[in-house]
Design a protein around this ligand. Structure first.
Ligand code: ZN
Length: 221
């Protein structure tokens, strides 16, 4: 299914699909579970817009490419350009919405790439590697350091995190990202995953939530 940014009430958001700027190891408990050091500098990577698929109605994972891990993440939709060193106010003004999303990762392949010191695109940037739910408007949250994200698979809660545990909170994270890559209306930010990542199997049913705000059922094909 083709992807178009939209709000939970079904309203389309008329930004083009941009890039997806991601941060790795942004929750200490998640860095530990994969035996990764907690980074001293934010670890950034980009997924192209071609990765993005909607959560609703189910999504496909690659077959025969080793384990495909879910990473449930709070996703920020950028609605205005941000470049160099935007202020806190400019960043808050540029955020159009928040959604839960899945940063899908070919984990076996990523482990091999990491061992060899190679970039991660092959493991992180395949078609369908960013699964995005509809957005709640930015005004939904007064406090960006208290946004909950939860993933339940086949009735079992697998990830249950909150932006309060981020090593790089949302506003300083976006400030750093904008200094590295100009952000444009339609870009997405994936803000890192809390602990509890693991493999998806075709046929899994899932519930992805911004806890207490928005809840979506979906399935893996
Ligand atoms: Zn991630």
């Amino acid at each position: 299914m083709s992807y178009q940014h939209k709000y939970v009430d079904g309203t389309s958001i008329h930004f083009p699909m941009g890039k997806v700027v991601c941060i790795g190891r942004n929750y200490a408990e998640h860095a530990k579970e994969l035996d990764n050091p907690v980074p001293t500098e934010p670890l950034l990577f980009i997924k192209p817009g071609s990765c993005v698929v909607p959560l609703e109605g189910g999504f496909t994972i690659p077959a025969d490419r080793g384990s495909v891990h879910y990473e449930a993440e709070i996703v920020v939709l950028i609605g205005k350009p941000l470049t160099k060193s935007p202020t806190r106010e400019e960043i808050l003004d540029a955020i159009s919405g928040f959604a839960p999303g899945l940063d899908l990762t070919l984990r076996d392949l990523q482990s091999k790439l990491k061992e060899k010191g190679l970039p991660w695109e092959l493991a992180k940037s395949f078609d369908g590697a960013a699964v995005i739910a509809p957005f709640v408007p930015a005004e939904t949250y007064d406090d960006l350091t208290d946004i909950g994200i939860r993933l339940t698979i086949n009735g079992e809660v697998r990830q249950d995190g909150n932006s309060s545990s981020m090593l790089n909170p949302i506003v300083p994270m976006i400030q750093h990202m904008a200094a590295c890559f100009s952000l444009q209306a339609g870009d997405l930010i994936m803000t890192g995953t809390p602990a509890g990542v693991g493999p998806f199997q075709a046929g899994d049913d899932l519930v992805l939530e911004l806890t207490g705000q928005t809840r979506f059922e979906s399935s893996v094909r």
